[in-house]
Unconditional design. Structure first.
Length: 441
């Protein structure tokens, strides 16, 4: 009986062991199926990555062409068949003629499954874009999208990429300039100071600043008309200093001086910028007043005088006029001022006035010079107003001295003229009578 129970117990143990073994086998089989399923899912999970590896030049300049290079690869599992990439730029970026927006790279494999070398699965995308000349300095966007025949029939978007644009005019600028003195006198020297500021986002080097002085009558003193600055860091300023000689023949006016600036950035991209500055030349006005003509030589008489004004300076005299003032010696009759207009260098104009010379003492002398009080008003080339008080001498003689010098007719001359008139009248009367008698006959 005991033996029979022992046999049955062994059978149950074997059955239990068999059930456990079968359970373990089934469990292992199910786990294996899940693993294979998971492995299958991993193999078929591609993932595209793209990196902008460079733009040339950086920064790019408005009006020029910029080249973009992207590295793209499959960073997941599986394969992407017949992949098409498309670049979408925003203004001011556009494609150059002949550049397609779409590039087909064929199949994108992954190094995890199909290759042992990462470089075998990396594809280079190359685009050439034109920058609008009217673009401002700043950062602009391009977008990269792709589709795949077997996985992504709809467009898949990649991150937005930024392109830097910098105008050469905004990189380096003549922030200000000054001359010492403010107005350089013709024939003198002066200093010109140019303040250059790097307003861009990169350091600059090999900066050449050249003044174009051809035809300007300026000459550099102590150095050439070109300055070299080795480097200028971003956000910093420097001074370019010149010593200039202004020709003695230069007129007082504004002179335009072209300034050419050449420089490079950190990547040896070359830039050229043209500016124009204005220098002021000062030439002191110069003129000469003169008594050109007079018809009054004696006191207690009126007569006409003519005053001339000659521009003997380098600069023009603008809106010029003369005013004659009354004094104790004479009185102005009629108008007392005359407008002469604009007088160029070496030009002259005249003004005439009528005056009455009062009774003046001679103190036993034959002649006395009385001053004519004049005001000269005008503007220079910069419209600065001037009013100068000047004097011109008018010689007045005694009656006898005037007759002596033949300035006025003497009494003998007067009687001679009267005698001539009487003779002419008598002769005329005789001729008239004879003709009248002949007519009666």
């Amino acid at each position: 009986m005991l033996i029979k129970k022992e046999i049955e117990k062994n059978k149950l143990f074997k059955i239990l062991l068999l059930v456990i073994s079968i359970t373990v086998i089934i469990t292992l089989f199910l786990v294996s199926l899940n693993f294979v399923s998971a492995s299958t899912n991993i193999i078929d999970f591609p993932m595209v990555h793209a990196v902008l590896i460079g733009q040339t030049p950086d920064p790019a300049e408005p009006g020029n062409i910029v080249e973009l290079r992207f590295n793209v690869w499959n960073n997941g599992s599986g394969i992407l068949e017949n992949v098409n990439f498309e670049l979408i730029p925003e203004w001011p970026l556009s494609f150059v003629p002949g550049q397609d927006a779409k590039i087909n790279v064929g199949d994108l494999k992954t190094k995890n499954t199909y290759s042992d070398k990462a470089e075998d699965t990396v594809v280079l995308l190359f685009y050439r874009l034109q920058i609008d000349p009217k673009a401002d300095s700043g950062t602009y966007q391009v977008k990269l999208e792709y589709t795949s025949k077997n996985k992504y029939s709809t467009v898949q978007k990649l991150p937005v990429y930024k392109i830097r644009v910098e105008s050469s005019t905004s990189l380096l600028d003549i922030e200000s300039f000054e001359t010492q003195p403010e107005k350089i006198k013709s024939g003198d020297t002066g200093k010109l100071l140019l303040k250059l500021t790097n307003k861009g986002g990169v350091d600059l080097k090999d900066i050449k600043v050249k003044l174009d002085l051809i035809g300007t009558e300026f000459s550099p003193i102590g150095s050439t008309d070109e300055k070299l600055i080795n480097e200028l860091q971003r956000g910093y300023s420097t001074m370019a200093e010149y010593k200039l000689l202004a020709s003695g023949d230069m007129k007082a006016k504004e002179y335009q001086i072209p300034v050419k600036i050449e420089f490079k950035d950190e990547k040896n991209n070359k830039y050229t910028k043209n500016n124009t500055i204005t220098l002021l030349i000062d030439s002191s006005p110069g003129y000469l007043l003169n008594l050109e003509q007079t018809s009054v030589y004696n006191p207690n008489l009126k007569g006409k005088i003519i005053i001339s004004l000659s521009n003997i300076g380098q600069s023009d005299l603008k809106y010029t006029g003369l005013e004659l003032e009354d004094t104790y010696d004479y009185e102005v009759l009629g108008k007392n001022n005359e407008y002469l207009g604009n007088l160029e260098s070496d030009d002259y104009e005249t003004a005439d006035f009528e005056i009455f010379v009062k009774d003046i003492p001679f103190g036993g002398l034959d002649k006395r010079n009385i001053p004519l009080k004049l005001k000269v008003y005008y503007k220079d080339s910069y419209n600065k107003e001037y009013t100068d008080e000047k004097e011109v001498v008018l010689p007045i003689y005694t009656t006898s001295a005037a007759k002596k010098y033949g300035l006025v007719a003497g009494s003998g001359s007067k009687w001679f003229i009267v005698l001539i008139l009487i003779v002419v009248l008598i002769v005329g009367y005789i001729v008239y009578k004879k003709r009248k008698n002949n007519n009666h006959k």
